[in-house]
Design a binder for this molecule. Structure first.
Ligand code: SF4
Length: 89
């Protein structure tokens, strides 16, 4: 069976502080916006961004920045893909 995590070996976020992607407790919106911009800048350079997005959308990854998408953006992308899937069926 293929290891579902092998793509992470090429992740641009390796060695980065996890707080940058998931945020600290009690974070205010202004701080969150700045943090997410920094995380998304790393994701934008990541060679496995597509794999990361797919992985996060296939699982209940409720928190954090994955593939350059925050929680709300992943929910939107999940809905978009579902609608696309229904339209193709
Ligand atoms: S897309 Fe972002 S969160 Fe995903 S592996 Fe790459 S750097 Fe990490």
């Amino acid at each position: 069976m293929r290891n579902p995590w092998t793509w992470q070996d090429r992740a641009a976020c390796q060695g980065e502080d996890l707080v940058l992607f998931f945020g600290p407790d009690g974070e205010r919106q202004a701080e969150r916006d700045i943090r997410e911009r920094k995380a998304k800048a790393i994701c934008a350079q990541c060679p496995v961004r597509a794999e990361c997005i797919d992985y996060s959308l296939q699982r209940p990854e409720k928190y954090g920045t994955w593939g350059g998408l925050n929680e709300d953006e992943r929910a939107s992308e999940r809905r978009r893909r579902m609608r696309r899937g229904w339209a193709a069926a």
